[in-house]
Design a protein around this ligand. Structure first.
Ligand SMILES: Nc1ncnc2c1ncn2[C@@H]1O[C@H](COP(=O)(O)OP(=O)(O)OP(=O)(O)O)[C@@H](O)[C@H]1O
Ligand SMILES: CC(=O)N[C@H]1[C@@H]2OC[C@@H](O2)[C@@H](O)[C@@H]1O[C@H](C)C(=O)O
Length: 371
């Protein structure tokens, strides 16, 4: 692979199961030029439920293979849509970074599983694909997540923002990247992001989102649920640390059912737990961030943003204020990581996943022609 800048497409199918984000960037593996071209292709409710049924699979099943092919087809569609939107030919794209869908994540047991069929994506797009981003890190003793910190740091570098600063992603799970002096990074999953709230809304309204936090804003949080929720030993664990989507699901659902809350109070309580988990993470940071910048779908939830602002006591703003695209950061990141794979640069670090040494990762899947 030649040195210099490479156009890359990154794609993320996140824990919220809402769909595929795809974004186009250009990078040399260190510096980034964002393109402002991104697309989102939602999953159908049927495919979403078939994907959900794969959660918890420690090993592949026949049904899972079919689901993996089907979700890969959605990614093929997303690539084509993105190329058309950006008016770029497939032959101009050096690589696709394909995260796939996490269905099981237990790094302590040495297992992290992202499903998808990279060979099919490479064949149908004619573009080489890098996938399997988390495996090397977990094999080396790391958490396998979060991987986005190195990308947060690359983007933050050119902003001139005072440090320490925190970048917070609120997706299905929430995760923070703390950026300190001398490029120091500390990162970890804070706790549940939107996943519990989404599941609650789906159960009670048939729609898996509390749009703009309107339902939570109309309710009252139950403070005792938050207190009991924070007793989970995860919050005392020293980072880096990571979570699977549903790691705290049974516990939180139990607390909310026990409290016999209606839809609005339940939404407010679950949103408050998301906020509390993030605030609890501050105790683990080497120094309090001067500002927080939020990406991921949760930044659209006004209840979350208002309460984070109140409880963190420093400005909490959307990354869109930095001219980033808060819905595309994770997708862009996997384009960046794919190029870092090609350049044999590390994806993860002791401060981001607890891996003992900076760790390269990912696996390259060639197109048929090149193989
Ligand atoms: N307008 C909105 N109001 C409230 N919540 C929203 C809105 N738009 C999106 N969300 C929430 O954002 C989530 C999707 O965010 P995102 O795409 O960042 O997550 P993800 O990438 O699937 O998850 P993860 O980052 O954990 O992998 C959904 O859970 C949805 O509930
Ligand atoms: C195992 C896994 O898929 N983890 C996701 C999840 O979604 C958010 C949070 O938990 C983060 O740790 C990670 O994704 C992002 C893209 C990451 O690796 O940085």
């Amino acid at each position: 692979m030649t040195q210099g800048w490479i156009k890359a497409i990154g794609m993320m199918s996140g824990t919220s199961l809402d769909g595929v984000d795809a974004a186009l960037i250009e990078t040399d593996g260190i510096n980034v030029r964002r393109s402002d071209h991104s697309v989102f292709v939602p999953y159908t409710p049927q495919l979403r439920e078939r994907m959900r049924a794969c959660f918890g699979n420690r090993t592949a099943t026949n049904t899972e293979h079919v689901v993996a092919d089907d979700l890969t087809q959605v990614h093929v569609g997303a690539v084509n849509m993105l190329l058309a939107k950006a008016q770029v030919a497939a032959s101009d794209i050096g690589v696709i970074g394909f995260h796939g869908q996490t269905v099981f994540h237990e790094p302590g047991a040495g297992i992290t599983r992202q499903i998808g069929t990279p060979e099919m994506l490479a064949e149908q797009t004619g573009i080489p694909v890098v996938a399997d981003f988390r495996l090397a890190d977990v094999a080396a003793g790391g958490e396998g997540a979060p991987l986005v910190p190195v990308y947060h740091a690359a983007l933050m570098k050119s902003t001139g923002i005072d440090i320490p600063v925190a970048v917070l992603n609120i997706g299905g799970v929430s995760n923070v990247t703390w950026i300190g002096p001398d490029d120091e990074l500390l990162a970890f999953d804070c706790g549940p992001g939107n996943a519990r709230l989404d599941d609650w809304m789906l159960r009670h309204t048939g729609n898996p989102v509390d749009l703009n936090g309107a339902t939570a804003s109309s309710g009252h949080p139950d403070p005792m649920v938050e207190v009991k929720f924070l007793e989970d030993p995860y919050f005392d664990r020293v980072p880096p640390k990571s979570l699977d989507r549903d790691d705290m699901a049974a516990r939180i659902d139990g607390l909310v059912v026990e409290a016999a809350l209606d839809v609005a109070d339940g939404a407010a309580t679950l949103a408050q737990c998301t906020v509390a988990a993030i605030v609890a993470g501050v105790n683990h940071l080497p120094a309090a961030p001067l500002q927080w910048f939020v990406c991921g779908g949760g930044r659209h939830n006004q209840y979350l943003m208002e309460h984070l602002n109140r409880r963190l006591g420093v400005p909490v703003r959307s990354v869109d204020d930095l001219d980033w695209d808060g819905d595309a950061v994770e997708a862009e990141c996997f384009g960046y990581l794919a190029v870092r794979h090609l350049r044999n640069l590390p994806l993860s670090f002791p401060g981001t996943t607890g891996v003992p040494h900076p760790c390269p990762g990912g696996r390259l899947y060639h197109t048929k022609k090149a193989a």
